[in-house]
Design a protein around this ligand. Structure first.
Ligand code: GDD
Ligand code: MN
Length: 367
Protein backbone atom coordinates (compact mmCIF):
# COMPACT_ATOMS: atom_id res chain seq x y z
CA UNK A 1 0.00 0.00 0.00
CA UNK A 2 1.38 3.29 -0.97
CA UNK A 3 -1.47 5.68 -0.57
CA UNK A 4 -2.18 7.55 2.65
CA UNK A 5 -4.39 5.73 5.14
CA UNK A 6 -8.11 6.29 5.14
CA UNK A 7 -8.86 9.41 7.19
CA UNK A 8 -12.60 9.76 7.22
CA UNK A 9 -15.86 7.95 6.54
CA UNK A 10 -18.96 9.98 5.74
CA UNK A 11 -22.15 8.13 6.61
CA UNK A 12 -25.21 9.18 4.66
CA UNK A 13 -28.55 7.77 5.82
CA UNK A 14 -31.11 7.82 3.01
CA UNK A 15 -34.71 7.11 2.33
CA UNK A 16 -35.95 8.24 -1.08
CA UNK A 17 -33.07 10.57 -1.85
CA UNK A 18 -32.30 9.44 -5.39
CA UNK A 19 -32.13 12.95 -6.73
CA UNK A 20 -29.95 14.23 -3.91
CA UNK A 21 -27.25 11.68 -3.19
CA UNK A 22 -25.27 12.02 -6.44
CA UNK A 23 -25.15 15.78 -5.92
CA UNK A 24 -24.02 15.29 -2.35
CA UNK A 25 -21.18 12.96 -3.39
CA UNK A 26 -20.02 15.61 -5.85
CA UNK A 27 -20.09 18.20 -3.10
CA UNK A 28 -18.14 15.93 -0.75
CA UNK A 29 -15.49 15.49 -3.40
CA UNK A 30 -15.22 19.23 -3.73
CA UNK A 31 -15.21 19.92 0.02
CA UNK A 32 -12.84 17.17 1.15
CA UNK A 33 -10.36 17.49 -1.70
CA UNK A 34 -7.13 15.69 -1.00
CA UNK A 35 -8.06 13.95 2.26
CA UNK A 36 -8.63 10.19 1.92
CA UNK A 37 -12.30 9.53 2.60
CA UNK A 38 -15.10 7.15 1.82
CA UNK A 39 -18.85 7.67 1.70
CA UNK A 40 -21.13 5.00 3.14
CA UNK A 41 -24.74 5.39 2.09
CA UNK A 42 -27.13 3.48 4.33
CA UNK A 43 -30.38 3.10 2.46
CA UNK A 44 -33.51 1.44 3.80
CA UNK A 45 -34.49 -0.07 0.46
CA UNK A 46 -36.01 3.18 -0.81
CA UNK A 47 -38.79 2.63 -3.33
CA UNK A 48 -37.34 5.39 -5.51
CA UNK A 49 -34.23 3.32 -6.18
CA UNK A 50 -31.71 5.37 -4.22
CA UNK A 51 -29.56 2.28 -3.65
CA UNK A 52 -29.25 1.60 -7.37
CA UNK A 53 -28.34 5.21 -8.03
CA UNK A 54 -25.57 4.87 -5.44
CA UNK A 55 -24.36 1.63 -7.05
CA UNK A 56 -24.04 3.44 -10.36
CA UNK A 57 -21.75 5.93 -8.65
CA UNK A 58 -19.85 3.25 -6.76
CA UNK A 59 -19.05 1.39 -9.99
CA UNK A 60 -16.82 4.22 -11.08
CA UNK A 61 -15.80 5.66 -7.71
CA UNK A 62 -14.40 3.24 -5.15
CA UNK A 63 -14.79 5.78 -2.38
CA UNK A 64 -18.54 5.24 -2.54
CA UNK A 65 -20.19 2.29 -0.78
CA UNK A 66 -23.74 1.21 -0.17
CA UNK A 67 -25.44 -0.63 2.66
CA UNK A 68 -28.94 -1.56 1.55
CA UNK A 69 -31.12 -2.67 4.44
CA UNK A 70 -34.16 -4.76 3.62
CA UNK A 71 -37.31 -4.65 5.71
CA UNK A 72 -35.82 -2.16 8.15
CA UNK A 73 -36.49 1.49 8.88
CA UNK A 74 -34.94 4.03 11.17
CA UNK A 75 -32.55 6.93 10.88
CA UNK A 76 -30.66 6.23 14.11
CA UNK A 77 -30.09 2.56 13.46
CA UNK A 78 -29.03 3.35 9.88
CA UNK A 79 -26.42 5.81 11.16
CA UNK A 80 -25.13 3.33 13.71
CA UNK A 81 -24.72 0.56 11.18
CA UNK A 82 -22.99 2.89 8.77
CA UNK A 83 -20.62 4.17 11.43
CA UNK A 84 -19.64 0.62 12.38
CA UNK A 85 -18.91 -0.29 8.77
CA UNK A 86 -15.65 1.58 8.34
CA UNK A 87 -11.99 1.27 9.26
CA UNK A 88 -11.48 5.04 9.21
CA UNK A 89 -10.49 6.61 12.54
CA UNK A 90 -13.05 9.39 12.08
CA UNK A 91 -16.63 9.19 10.95
CA UNK A 92 -19.13 11.90 10.09
CA UNK A 93 -22.90 11.64 9.70
CA UNK A 94 -24.60 13.96 7.24
CA UNK A 95 -28.16 14.02 5.87
CA UNK A 96 -28.49 12.86 2.28
CA UNK A 97 -30.80 15.69 1.23
CA UNK A 98 -28.21 18.51 1.01
CA UNK A 99 -29.67 20.34 4.02
CA UNK A 100 -26.43 20.04 5.98
CA UNK A 101 -23.47 22.13 4.88
CA UNK A 102 -20.74 19.74 3.78
CA UNK A 103 -18.25 22.63 3.70
CA UNK A 104 -18.06 22.22 7.47
CA UNK A 105 -16.53 18.74 7.18
CA UNK A 106 -12.90 19.84 6.62
CA UNK A 107 -13.12 22.10 9.63
CA UNK A 108 -14.53 19.29 11.75
CA UNK A 109 -11.66 17.10 10.59
CA UNK A 110 -9.07 19.72 11.52
CA UNK A 111 -10.63 20.32 14.92
CA UNK A 112 -10.37 16.62 15.77
CA UNK A 113 -6.83 16.39 14.43
CA UNK A 114 -5.66 19.44 16.32
CA UNK A 115 -7.03 18.43 19.68
CA UNK A 116 -6.51 14.82 20.68
CA UNK A 117 -8.67 15.30 23.78
CA UNK A 118 -11.71 16.09 21.66
CA UNK A 119 -14.19 13.25 21.11
CA UNK A 120 -16.54 14.80 18.59
CA UNK A 121 -17.46 17.93 16.66
CA UNK A 122 -21.08 18.90 16.19
CA UNK A 123 -22.60 21.04 13.48
CA UNK A 124 -24.96 23.46 15.23
CA UNK A 125 -27.66 25.75 13.93
CA UNK A 126 -27.87 27.56 17.23
CA UNK A 127 -24.40 28.92 17.97
CA UNK A 128 -23.33 32.33 16.68
CA UNK A 129 -23.00 32.15 12.90
CA UNK A 130 -25.45 29.24 12.48
CA UNK A 131 -29.07 29.31 11.43
CA UNK A 132 -32.15 27.46 10.33
CA UNK A 133 -32.41 29.18 6.97
CA UNK A 134 -35.92 29.44 5.68
CA UNK A 135 -37.79 27.49 8.31
CA UNK A 136 -41.35 28.56 8.94
CA UNK A 137 -42.33 29.66 12.43
CA UNK A 138 -44.14 26.46 13.21
CA UNK A 139 -41.08 24.33 12.58
CA UNK A 140 -38.88 26.75 14.55
CA UNK A 141 -41.26 26.50 17.52
CA UNK A 142 -41.41 22.70 17.40
CA UNK A 143 -37.67 22.38 17.11
CA UNK A 144 -37.20 24.80 20.04
CA UNK A 145 -39.57 22.73 22.17
CA UNK A 146 -37.80 19.48 21.36
CA UNK A 147 -34.47 21.16 22.10
CA UNK A 148 -35.64 22.45 25.49
CA UNK A 149 -37.02 19.05 26.37
CA UNK A 150 -33.76 17.38 25.53
CA UNK A 151 -31.72 19.83 27.55
CA UNK A 152 -33.98 19.54 30.56
CA UNK A 153 -34.43 15.80 30.52
CA UNK A 154 -30.97 14.75 29.48
CA UNK A 155 -28.95 17.50 31.05
CA UNK A 156 -26.93 17.60 27.86
CA UNK A 157 -25.53 21.06 27.51
CA UNK A 158 -25.73 21.21 23.74
CA UNK A 159 -27.01 24.17 21.77
CA UNK A 160 -28.40 21.86 19.08
CA UNK A 161 -29.04 18.41 20.55
CA UNK A 162 -31.30 17.60 17.60
CA UNK A 163 -28.45 17.98 15.14
CA UNK A 164 -27.98 15.07 12.80
CA UNK A 165 -24.65 16.46 11.58
CA UNK A 166 -21.45 15.61 13.46
CA UNK A 167 -18.05 13.92 13.31
CA UNK A 168 -16.75 11.52 15.94
CA UNK A 169 -13.76 9.28 16.59
CA UNK A 170 -14.81 5.78 15.55
CA UNK A 171 -13.04 4.17 18.48
CA UNK A 172 -15.10 6.21 20.95
CA UNK A 173 -18.22 5.47 18.96
CA UNK A 174 -17.64 1.72 18.95
CA UNK A 175 -17.30 1.83 22.72
CA UNK A 176 -20.71 3.46 23.05
CA UNK A 177 -22.68 1.50 20.47
CA UNK A 178 -23.76 -1.42 22.70
CA UNK A 179 -25.58 1.05 24.98
CA UNK A 180 -27.38 3.05 22.28
CA UNK A 181 -31.15 2.85 22.14
CA UNK A 182 -31.20 3.31 18.34
CA UNK A 183 -34.78 4.53 18.38
CA UNK A 184 -36.03 7.24 16.06
CA UNK A 185 -34.15 10.23 14.68
CA UNK A 186 -32.00 11.43 17.54
CA UNK A 187 -28.73 9.67 17.06
CA UNK A 188 -26.63 12.51 18.46
CA UNK A 189 -28.60 12.72 21.70
CA UNK A 190 -28.29 9.02 22.03
CA UNK A 191 -24.52 9.19 21.66
CA UNK A 192 -24.14 12.13 24.01
CA UNK A 193 -26.11 10.51 26.81
CA UNK A 194 -25.04 6.89 26.55
CA UNK A 195 -21.34 6.86 27.28
CA UNK A 196 -19.75 6.02 30.61
CA UNK A 197 -18.23 9.51 30.75
CA UNK A 198 -19.29 12.87 29.30
CA UNK A 199 -17.91 13.29 25.79
CA UNK A 200 -15.73 16.27 24.97
CA UNK A 201 -17.19 18.20 22.09
CA UNK A 202 -17.14 21.51 20.26
CA UNK A 203 -19.93 22.97 18.19
CA UNK A 204 -19.33 24.64 14.85
CA UNK A 205 -22.00 26.83 13.27
CA UNK A 206 -23.69 26.10 9.96
CA UNK A 207 -26.88 27.16 8.24
CA UNK A 208 -29.52 24.51 7.63
CA UNK A 209 -30.41 24.62 3.94
CA UNK A 210 -33.78 24.32 2.26
CA UNK A 211 -34.65 20.92 0.93
CA UNK A 212 -34.95 21.13 -2.87
CA UNK A 213 -35.75 17.57 -4.01
CA UNK A 214 -37.65 14.85 -2.17
CA UNK A 215 -39.50 15.26 1.08
CA UNK A 216 -38.86 15.18 4.82
CA UNK A 217 -39.54 11.98 6.73
CA UNK A 218 -40.03 13.83 9.97
CA UNK A 219 -43.68 13.17 10.76
CA UNK A 220 -45.87 12.46 13.74
CA UNK A 221 -44.50 9.01 14.17
CA UNK A 222 -40.99 10.42 14.30
CA UNK A 223 -42.13 12.95 16.89
CA UNK A 224 -43.59 10.11 18.91
CA UNK A 225 -40.40 8.13 18.57
CA UNK A 226 -38.57 11.12 19.96
CA UNK A 227 -40.67 11.05 23.11
CA UNK A 228 -40.14 7.30 23.31
CA UNK A 229 -36.40 7.82 23.06
CA UNK A 230 -36.52 10.32 25.92
CA UNK A 231 -38.60 7.91 27.99
CA UNK A 232 -36.13 5.15 27.23
CA UNK A 233 -33.23 7.26 28.48
CA UNK A 234 -35.02 8.14 31.71
CA UNK A 235 -36.90 5.03 32.76
CA UNK A 236 -35.97 2.42 30.17
CA UNK A 237 -33.88 0.45 32.62
CA UNK A 238 -36.74 0.17 35.08
CA UNK A 239 -39.65 -0.49 32.74
CA UNK A 240 -38.55 -1.24 29.15
CA UNK A 241 -40.14 1.11 26.67
CA UNK A 242 -41.74 -1.68 24.68
CA UNK A 243 -43.37 -3.13 27.75
CA UNK A 244 -44.68 0.31 28.73
CA UNK A 245 -46.22 0.76 25.29
CA UNK A 246 -47.56 -2.75 25.23
CA UNK A 247 -49.25 -2.15 28.61
CA UNK A 248 -50.66 1.22 27.63
CA UNK A 249 -52.13 -0.34 24.49
CA UNK A 250 -53.44 -3.19 26.64
CA UNK A 251 -55.26 -0.65 28.80
CA UNK A 252 -56.84 0.85 25.68
CA UNK A 253 -57.81 -2.69 24.68
CA UNK A 254 -59.62 -3.12 27.98
CA UNK A 255 -61.59 0.05 27.23
CA UNK A 256 -62.47 -1.34 23.80
CA UNK A 257 -63.56 -4.57 25.43
CA UNK A 258 -65.89 -2.81 27.86
CA UNK A 259 -67.38 -0.63 25.13
CA UNK A 260 -68.11 -3.62 22.92
CA UNK A 261 -69.68 -5.55 25.79
CA UNK A 262 -71.83 -2.53 26.52
CA UNK A 263 -72.81 -2.19 22.87
CA UNK A 264 -73.73 -5.84 22.29
CA UNK A 265 -75.11 -6.75 25.72
CA UNK A 266 -76.85 -3.57 26.84
CA UNK A 267 -77.66 -1.79 23.62
CA UNK A 268 -78.27 -4.63 21.15
CA UNK A 269 -79.38 -7.28 23.61
CA UNK A 270 -77.04 -10.17 22.74
CA UNK A 271 -76.36 -12.62 25.63
CA UNK A 272 -73.56 -11.65 28.01
CA UNK A 273 -71.45 -14.61 26.91
CA UNK A 274 -71.96 -13.71 23.26
CA UNK A 275 -71.08 -10.08 23.90
CA UNK A 276 -67.95 -11.11 25.81
CA UNK A 277 -66.75 -13.32 22.98
CA UNK A 278 -67.20 -10.55 20.42
CA UNK A 279 -65.55 -8.03 22.76
CA UNK A 280 -62.57 -10.31 23.37
CA UNK A 281 -62.02 -10.78 19.65
CA UNK A 282 -62.38 -7.05 19.03
CA UNK A 283 -59.99 -6.10 21.82
CA UNK A 284 -57.36 -8.63 20.74
CA UNK A 285 -57.57 -7.49 17.13
CA UNK A 286 -57.33 -3.87 18.21
CA UNK A 287 -54.31 -4.62 20.39
CA UNK A 288 -52.66 -6.65 17.69
CA UNK A 289 -53.11 -3.85 15.20
CA UNK A 290 -51.77 -1.11 17.48
CA UNK A 291 -48.84 -3.13 18.75
CA UNK A 292 -47.94 -3.98 15.19
CA UNK A 293 -48.10 -0.34 14.14
CA UNK A 294 -46.44 1.18 17.21
CA UNK A 295 -44.73 -1.12 19.70
CA UNK A 296 -43.18 -3.25 16.96
CA UNK A 297 -43.09 -0.63 14.25
CA UNK A 298 -39.49 -1.48 13.46
CA UNK A 299 -40.41 -5.06 12.60
CA UNK A 300 -43.98 -4.53 11.55
CA UNK A 301 -45.74 -7.46 9.93
CA UNK A 302 -46.89 -6.61 6.43
CA UNK A 303 -48.99 -8.41 3.83
CA UNK A 304 -52.08 -10.52 4.42
CA UNK A 305 -50.31 -13.76 5.09
CA UNK A 306 -47.94 -12.38 7.73
CA UNK A 307 -50.70 -10.32 9.32
CA UNK A 308 -53.02 -13.30 9.58
CA UNK A 309 -50.33 -15.55 11.06
CA UNK A 310 -49.32 -12.80 13.46
CA UNK A 311 -52.89 -12.16 14.49
CA UNK A 312 -53.51 -15.85 15.14
CA UNK A 313 -50.38 -16.28 17.24
CA UNK A 314 -51.20 -13.08 19.13
CA UNK A 315 -54.70 -14.33 19.93
CA UNK A 316 -53.31 -17.67 21.06
CA UNK A 317 -50.74 -16.05 23.35
CA UNK A 318 -53.33 -13.67 24.77
CA UNK A 319 -55.82 -16.45 25.44
CA UNK A 320 -53.27 -18.28 27.52
CA UNK A 321 -52.44 -14.96 29.17
CA UNK A 322 -56.10 -14.46 30.03
CA UNK A 323 -56.26 -17.94 31.58
CA UNK A 324 -53.15 -17.18 33.65
CA UNK A 325 -54.70 -13.88 34.68
CA UNK A 326 -57.92 -15.60 35.84
CA UNK A 327 -56.05 -18.44 37.54
CA UNK A 328 -53.70 -16.20 39.51
CA UNK A 329 -56.44 -13.78 40.53
CA UNK A 330 -58.76 -16.57 41.68
CA UNK A 331 -55.96 -18.32 43.55
CA UNK A 332 -54.88 -15.16 45.40
CA UNK A 333 -58.45 -14.24 46.14
CA UNK A 334 -59.06 -17.66 47.69
CA UNK A 335 -55.92 -17.40 49.78
CA UNK A 336 -56.49 -13.93 51.08
CA UNK A 337 -60.19 -13.58 51.23
CA UNK A 338 -61.41 -10.06 50.55
CA UNK A 339 -58.32 -8.62 48.83
CA UNK A 340 -60.12 -8.66 45.52
CA UNK A 341 -58.52 -5.57 43.97
CA UNK A 342 -54.97 -6.68 44.75
CA UNK A 343 -55.78 -10.16 43.47
CA UNK A 344 -57.23 -8.79 40.25
CA UNK A 345 -54.23 -6.50 39.73
CA UNK A 346 -51.77 -9.32 40.29
CA UNK A 347 -53.68 -11.35 37.70
CA UNK A 348 -53.56 -8.50 35.20
CA UNK A 349 -49.83 -7.98 35.77
CA UNK A 350 -48.98 -11.64 35.29
CA UNK A 351 -51.18 -11.75 32.20
CA UNK A 352 -49.53 -8.63 30.76
CA UNK A 353 -46.00 -9.89 31.32
CA UNK A 354 -46.94 -13.23 29.80
CA UNK A 355 -48.57 -11.64 26.76
CA UNK A 356 -45.67 -9.28 26.27
CA UNK A 357 -42.93 -11.88 26.63
CA UNK A 358 -44.59 -14.49 24.46
CA UNK A 359 -45.91 -12.20 21.73
CA UNK A 360 -42.59 -10.44 21.32
CA UNK A 361 -41.03 -13.88 20.90
CA UNK A 362 -43.63 -15.57 18.72
CA UNK A 363 -45.70 -12.90 17.03
CA UNK A 364 -42.96 -10.37 16.33
CA UNK A 365 -40.14 -12.89 16.39
CA UNK A 366 -37.55 -11.65 18.84
CA UNK A 367 -35.31 -13.97 20.79
N1 GDD B 1 -31.76 4.95 6.16
C1 GDD B 1 -32.74 5.78 6.56
N2 GDD B 1 -33.84 5.27 7.17
N3 GDD B 1 -32.62 7.11 6.32
C2 GDD B 1 -33.63 7.93 6.72
C3 GDD B 1 -34.79 7.46 7.37
C4 GDD B 1 -34.90 6.03 7.60
O1 GDD B 1 -35.86 5.52 8.16
N4 GDD B 1 -35.58 8.52 7.65
C5 GDD B 1 -34.94 9.60 7.17
N5 GDD B 1 -33.76 9.25 6.60
C6 GDD B 1 -32.75 10.12 5.97
C7 GDD B 1 -33.31 11.05 4.94
O2 GDD B 1 -33.33 10.46 3.65
C8 GDD B 1 -32.32 12.20 5.02
O3 GDD B 1 -31.16 11.93 4.28
C9 GDD B 1 -31.97 12.26 6.48
O4 GDD B 1 -32.22 10.95 7.00
C10 GDD B 1 -32.78 13.30 7.25
O5 GDD B 1 -34.14 13.03 7.09
P1 GDD B 1 -35.20 14.19 6.74
O6 GDD B 1 -36.50 13.52 6.55
O7 GDD B 1 -34.69 15.08 5.68
O8 GDD B 1 -35.24 14.93 8.15
P2 GDD B 1 -35.43 16.47 8.43
O9 GDD B 1 -34.68 17.32 7.46
O10 GDD B 1 -36.84 16.75 8.64
O11 GDD B 1 -34.69 16.52 9.87
C11 GDD B 1 -33.37 16.94 9.95
O12 GDD B 1 -33.31 17.96 10.84
C12 GDD B 1 -33.51 17.60 12.17
C13 GDD B 1 -33.39 18.79 13.04
O13 GDD B 1 -34.52 19.52 13.03
C14 GDD B 1 -32.43 15.81 10.31
O14 GDD B 1 -31.10 16.27 10.17
C15 GDD B 1 -32.56 15.38 11.72
O15 GDD B 1 -31.50 14.48 12.03
C16 GDD B 1 -32.48 16.59 12.58
O16 GDD B 1 -32.71 16.21 13.89
MN1 MN C 1 -33.99 16.96 5.66
Amino acid sequence: MTSAPLALAVVIPTFNERANVPLLIGKLDHALGAARWEAIVVDDDSPDGTADAVRDLALVDSRVRIIQRIGRRGLSSACIEGMCATAAPLVAVIDGDLQHDEALLPRMLLALRDDAALDLVIGSRFVAGGGTGDWDRDRVAKSALATRLARRVLKADLSDPMSGFFMIRTEILRGIVPGLSAIGFKILLDIMTSGPRPLRFVELPYTFRMRIAGESKLDHVVAMEYLIALYDRMFGRIVPVRFAMFSAIGALGAAVHLSVVWLFFRAIGVTFLGATIVATAAAMTFNFYLNNALTYRDRRLKGWRALLDGWASFCLVCSVGALANIGIAAFLHDMRDGAWAASALAGVLVGAVWNYALSSRFTWGRY
